[in-house]
Write a protein that binds this ligand. Structure first.
Ligand code: FAQ
Length: 330
């Protein structure tokens, strides 16, 4: 059994029906899959892809808010924003570590990010233009991330699920600090409230796009749900997010920029739910494929940071080699 789940040089696998059925039975029994367990090559590949993209999103996701650290309006705001941005960096590191348990190296993943080969969340290719955007990012982007990640705490792959528990606790603080910025601005001057509305207008649709394409167009959802990597479909999570967020906007006195948004009593077994207007999928795919407003700048910033850090990696390697040589000589 342990020799299965391997991929040959030609991309073929040696997985038998019995192996796949035994693996699915473990998943159906809600057992956690751990790094040294046998697993189908497709399961491993899906996790490396998703966890890698997720890690890159956290790292690139530091940029839109990091941009405002030097311009926060008070010491208290600066301390909270700085802590939040550092948390996102930490999430990236947990996630790279979780992906490494599947046999891919962090260097390899970083290389794929800065060469433009690996994807990261579309949301981080939008600019953050004013201070209200710091509120809207925390409220909407972290809010959407939590909605997605709470479900990932029950992902079938142990290291990913465990990393998500701590990440979700931290994202919840981020969401609250963002909402509190929105609340302060909405209770401020008319100009401040207008800034808050403007931030919501620009970030609402990109936040809905974070959940990925509609279920019928989602290439990976069906298999990922069968393997219990994903517990809910893209549309199900997007709808949950809308249902939770619309009352929060109402409390702020802000208007969701969707004239077609409608309450439907018949949804969710009679509990009701919102139906949203059409999402601009052309814009989504353009951004995912590298042609959003900020794609080039985000990748250039990551590459610059990687190049600037080369001397640290070289020094750490030289130190490790010297230490190993000394220990070998003793
Ligand atoms: N952006 O078949 P599906 C955060 C790609 S963390 C870019 O539906 P899947 C924290 C998808 O990868 C935010 N690409 O794919 C924070 C696939 O491409 P591929 C990130 C997207 O994987 C807050 C193709 O489209 N969170 O925000 C997007 O089943 C504030 C087909 O799509 C995660 O990564 C998109 N929005 O479902 C940080 C959570 N949507 O690989 C800083 C984990 C789809 O075939 C500041 N990931 N694509 O070339 C997931 O749950 C899933 O991967 C989905 C996509 C739901 C994102």
């Amino acid at each position: 059994m342990y020799s299965q789940g391997l991929i040959g040089a030609d991309g073929s696998t040696n997985e038998t029906e019995e192996f796949l059925a035994a693996f699915q039975a473990r998943i159906d029994a809600e057992e956690k899959i751990e790094p040294n367990d046998p697993m189908p090559a497709g399961y491993r590949r899906t996790l490396v892809r998703q966890i890698g993209q997720h890690a890159h999103s956290e790292i690139v996701g530091m940029l839109p808010e990091g941009n405002w650290n030097t311009r926060a309006p008070s010491l208290k705001r600066k301390a909270a924003l700085l802590a939040k941005v550092q948390d996102e960096g930490g999430h990236g590191l947990y996630l790279y570590s979780a992906a490494e348990t599947l046999g891919v190296s962090r260097e390899q993943m970083t290389e794929e990010l800065i060469s433009g080969k690996a994807k990261y969340s579309s949301i981080f290719n939008y600019p953050t233009l004013n201070w209200a955007d710091m509120g809207a990012v925390g409220w909407l982007v972290d809010g959407a991330a939590i909605m997605n990640q709470i479900a990932l705490c029950r992902c079938s792959y142990g290291p990913y699920a465990r990393a998500m528990i701590r990440v979700c606790a931290e994202e919840s603080f981020h969401q609250r600090q963002g909402y509190e910025i929105m609340l302060t601005m909405c209770n401020g001057t008319k100009a401040q409230k207008d800034m808050a509305q403007d931030a919501l207008n620009r970030l609402w649709w990109p936040a809905l796009m974070m959940f990925g394409p509609h279920d019928g167009d989602s290439a990976h959802s069906e298999q990922s749900m069968k393997w219990k990597i994903k517990r809910f479909s893209n549309d199900a999570l997007r709808n949950k997010f809308i249902n939770a967020t619309v009352p929060q906007a109402e409390f702020l006195g802000l208007t969701i920029p969707d004239p077609d948004l409608n309450w439907d009593d018949t949804l969710n077994n009679g509990a009701g739910g919102y139906v949203h207007g059409p999402i601009d999928w052309d814009e989504f795919w353009r951004v995912v494929n590298g042609d959003g407003v900020m794609n080039r700048e985000r990748l250039a910033a990551r590459k610059r940071a990687h190049d600037d850090g080369a001397w640290v990696r070289e020094a750490a390697l030289a130190h490790a080699e010297k230490r190993a040589a000394r220990m070998a000589a003793e």
